[in-house]
Design a protein around this ligand. Structure first.
Ligand code: PEP
Length: 230
């Protein structure tokens, strides 16, 4: 079981440091062996002394160079990071990343041996259009991805469930995870409005290998509790 926190554009560097220290203490004190990941905001990345896996929410697929506003691998290297989130719906839909851009990032970071948490998921209109159209949409998000990459983790995150308080039914999560497991043997996380009160139940579902949590992970006490469910 993997429990991952996507802090998005939240928590300052100081707050992030406190967050990671609290989580690290909690995990050690309670002898928790499950893997937990934290993806801090880019400007809060640092060399954290922790057993928690720290990852980047994004980076440009270059060592360094003329890419205003981006960070490159040398910035991740500075903090010893080897984990990255790729294909998150906010990057696809708000920042306009196409599958080609996402694939370029995937291949670049795979070549460097990064652990890649790769996100897929459909918007509401695709879900409402029926299973065939929804699966076509999700299949397109797998285009070009090496689904047998040994450091790949996939996160299924329906766009309409992210930050909305809505979640698919347990039956729907089981059904789609069953389909996605046929596409890749990689650990498969569920993400989208996971909270303290539903995390345990979701993690117990078939083919759910953990959860990726956004808003409900912002309070470290809540995230710690979810880690105990894993
Ligand atoms: C996310 O953005 O990855 C996410 C799962 O967000 P939330 O938990 O807020 O739905």
């Amino acid at each position: 079981m993997i429990v991952a926190a996507n802090l998005k554009t939240n928590l300052t560097r100081k707050q992030t440091k406190e967050y990671i220290e609290t989580l690290d203490d909690f995990v050690k004190t309670n002898h928790i062996n499950q893997e937990s990941f934290v993806f801090p905001a880019t400007s809060s990345l640092d060399s954290y002394d922790t057993d928690v896996t720290i990852g980047a929410q994004n980076a440009y697929p270059v060592q360094n160079g003329a890419f205003t506003g981006e960070i490159g691998v040398e910035h991740l290297d500075e903090f010893g990071l080897k984990t990255i989130l790729i294909g998150h719906s906010e990057r696809r839909h708000i920042l306009g990343e196409t599958q080609d851009v996402i694939l370029q990032k995937f291949n670049y970071f795979k070549e460097l041996g990064y652990t890649i948490v790769y996100c897929v998921g459909e918007p509401l209109e695709k879900r409402e259009a029926g299973v065939a159209e929804m699966m076509d949409y999700i299949n397109a998000q797998y285009r070009g991805i090496d689904t047998s990459y040994e450091r790949l983790i996939i996160a299924y995150e329906p766009v309409w469930a992210i930050g909305t308080g809505l979640t698919p039914t347990n039956e729907d999560i089981i059904a789609i995870h069953r389909e996605l497991k046929k596409k890749s043997p990689a650990p498969l996380l569920y993400g989208g409005s996971v909270k303290v009160n539903n995390a345990k139940e979701i993690m117990a579902l078939q083919n759910v290998d953990g959860v990726l949590v956004g808003s409900a992970a912002l309070k470290v006490e809540d995230f710690c509790q979810m880690v105990t469910f894993a």
